[in-house]
Design a protein around this ligand. Structure first.
Ligand code: FAD
Ligand code: NAP
Length: 339
């Protein structure tokens, strides 16, 4: 039997660090422990929240259910040949430590995703992405336990239906599966992805002549450390909003009114607008109300400087969304999971 804690503060398990109590809380480190929790019929009547590193959620109130923290560890090579390697990682491994394992072993593919907080098990949830790479680019398959039946199921890439910060686990299969391990397909002969402007200029600054997996990882780490608040010092969950995608028609109209707007054309012909630019243009960047606000270097990141409540941060996000809608006729979508 694994211990179930009651009315447990889970503030320290989240990077926003707002006060929150979980009615029930427990952790599991292997499939046996997980199955033992799932077989408790009474407990399974509660609302369930699977917790990884807590870096993509905001609690606006206490959680009146069971918080189940996934600590399944282990990294192993499943298969390899001269050019490729399939690596399985337990869902409870820290994402950045997994990336460092790949970099140290010269396995290419995830170096652009260095220093993203959180655990491996959550990486498919929103198809994490940064600097021109998403995990769908290196994803092979995952194993997950179906909550209702306790049965193990394997998902291949197609079944995950990855999109921009989206997957089947945030949509049609929401709250139905607990991801227990993920298999990535990485490369021994790398194709470097340095198309993202900031990486190229950082490599120049670092005076790198021969690009390596390690050099790209170091460049990304440098940029991120300069630009983003470290959750250990200032509470945050990264980008609070997704970048909106609008039609070419709406874009043409907006571009006439806001010629400086930051945007990128997508292969579909639609336009991705940098949400950070919209928020910054409206003067939100660096605003502070009490202990919460919008980060001074990055308008997409809402922050908790100390003792704020999740509800205050949520209300601030609603004000920002209202002002973006009013001024640009664009509806922002929250990227952070709200509870
Ligand atoms: P959690 O916050 O614990 O959980 C997120 C969601 O996934 C919740 O709904 C949870 O229930 C669910 N979940 C977690 N684990 C499992 C599991 N094993 N099975 C089923 N469901 C599960 N994201 C990016 O995409 N790109 C970035 O560049 C990026 N940069 C960031 C920078 C900072 C400073 C911060 C704080 C966050 C950033 N993020 C970024 C967001 C976040 O780090 C990622 O979304 C990360 O994958 C969340 O992992 P986690 O383990 O913390 O998930
Ligand atoms: P940035 O480099 O200032 O760029 C602003 C936005 O423009 C980004 O959101 C990015 O979209 C887009 N962009 C920039 N160059 C692009 C290119 N060459 N092609 C297509 N789109 C481009 O962004 P930043 O805020 O410093 O973040 C850097 C990277 O880390 C981004 O990829 C961002 O998504 C990621 N990041 C994510 C989070 C999170 O919590 N989700 C937090 C911090 C950083 P994309 O976001 O689509 O890449």
């Amino acid at each position: 039997m694994i211990a179930i804690e009651k009315n447990k503060s889970i503030k320290k398990y989240t990077t926003f660090g707002v006060p929150v109590l979980a009615k029930y809380f427990t952790q599991f480190s292997d499939l046996k422990e997980l199955k033992s929790v799932l077989s408790d019929k009474k407990l399974m009547e509660e609302e369930l929240l699977i917790l990884g590193g807590g870096s993509n959620l905001l609690f606006t109130k206490n959680f009146e259910g069971l918080v189940l923290k996934n600590n399944i560890k282990g990294i192993s090579i499943e298969e390899e040949n001269d050019s490729e390697v399939l690596i399985r990682s337990g869902a409870g491994e820290n994402w950045h430590e997994f990336v460092m394992y790949c970099v140290d072993n010269d396995f290419a593919g995830v170096e652009n995703l260095s220093l993203i907080p959180g655990n491996v098990g959550a990486s498919p949830m929103q198809n994490i992405g940064a600097y021109g790479v998403e995990i769908k680019d290196v994803f092979h398959s995952l194993e997950a336990i179906e909550i209702k039946t306790g049965k193990l199921r394997v998902f291949d890439k197609e079944e995950c239906n990855f999109g921009y910060r989206e997957s089947v686990f945030k949509n049609s299969q929401k709250n139905e599966f607990i991801i227990t391990s993920v298999v990535f397909k990485l490369y021994k002969t790398p194709t470097f992805n340095v198309s993202y402007g900031a990486i190229g200029s950082e490599l120049k600054k670092m005076k790198v002549e021969n690009i390596t997996i390690k050099a790209i990882s170091d460049a990304v780490i440098n940029i991120r450390q300069r630009k983003l608040p470290d959750p250990k010092k200032i509470g945050n969950a990264g980008s609070f909003f997704k970048n909106p995608v609008i039609s070419a028609e709406q874009f043409e109209d907006l571009k006439l009114r806001f010629p400086q707007m930051s945007y990128y054309k997508l292969p579909s012909g639609e336009m991705k607008i940098a949400a950070g630019w919209l928020i910054d243009y409206l003067g939100w960047k660096g605003t502070r109300k009490g202990d919460y606000g919008v980060h001074k270097n990055q308008a997409l990141v809402l922050v908790n400087y100390g003792e704020s409540e999740g509800k205050d941060i949520y209300d601030l996000s609603s004000l920002i969304m209202k002002s973006v809608l009013k001024n640009f006729q664009i509806t922002l979508e929250r990227e952070v999971n709200i509870f």
